[in-house]
Design a protein around this ligand. Structure first.
Ligand code: HEM
Length: 184
């Protein structure tokens, strides 16, 4: 009975794996973008990897969303104030929206630059806009801006998790860790 309760209140292994994979990919993705020289005329290795891993992030996030529809998140503690519940859910929704929007905006930007998007050399994706397109340039500006918004939201998300772990001590953060709650 205790084990069954524990299973219901934890995230399942697939959700946990996809969550930590997303974080690892994001660290890599920002690292590649920041390490690449600015305003190249054609993509170097770092930018080619940025384009490729960006497509991987898009696919991983689609998988996460599909899985979440099948396995909804375990409920938050009943005594969590309504504004904290709303804040946490709003941040999660915005994270999903940005994680889907950024790759599409980046893909549009690549088209505007005249860069071919060929993830890991496996297949050539179609250009979404013509080279020099003003819409593609606008998408590029949004890509840069929203990547900063994503960073800020990830920061809030981490602060929220730490608040649960060290302030409320209600086990909410541990639900996403691949260990039993009882061992923490
Ligand atoms: C969640 C996924 C992604 C994140 C977090 C992300 C983040 C970033 C960041 C932080 C920059 C630097 C922005 C700046 O300097 O103003 C950047 C640049 C760029 N990204 Fe992404 N990106 C993602 C996905 C993609 C994808 C899928 C593509 C294309 C298929 C792409 C194409 C580009 C391009 C073309 C640049 C400009 C590079 C340059 O001018 O040198 N991004 N991205």
């Amino acid at each position: 009975m205790r084990d069954a309760e524990c299973d219901r209140s934890n995230y399942d292994a697939v959700t946990q794996a996809l969550h930590w994979l997303t974080l690892a990919l994001l660290i890599l993705q920002f690292g590649l973008a920041w390490a690449a020289p600015e305003r190249l005329s054609s993509p170097d290795t770092l930018i080619s990897l940025h384009l490729s891993f960006g497509i991987v992030i898009f696919i991983v996030v689609l998988m996460r969303l599909s899985w979440r529809l099948l396995r909804p998140a375990p409920p938050l503690p009943d005594d969590l104030p309504a504004w904290q519940r709303l804040g946490s859910q709003t941040i999660q929704i915005l994270l999903y929206v940005l994680l889907l929007a950024l790759p599409v905006l980046g893909w549009l930007w690549a088209g505007e630059r005249g860069w071919v998007v060929n993830p890991f050399g496996l297949m050539t994706l179609p250009d979404l806009v013509a080279k020099g397109s003003s819409f593609g340039r606008f998408a590029g500006d949004l890509h840069g801006l929203l990547s900063n918004v994503l960073l800020a939201l990830v920061g809030l998300h981490v602060l929220g998790a730490l608040y649960h772990a060290f302030f409320r001590r209600d086990g909410v953060m541990q639900r996403m860790l691949p260990v039993s709650r009882r061992s923490i």
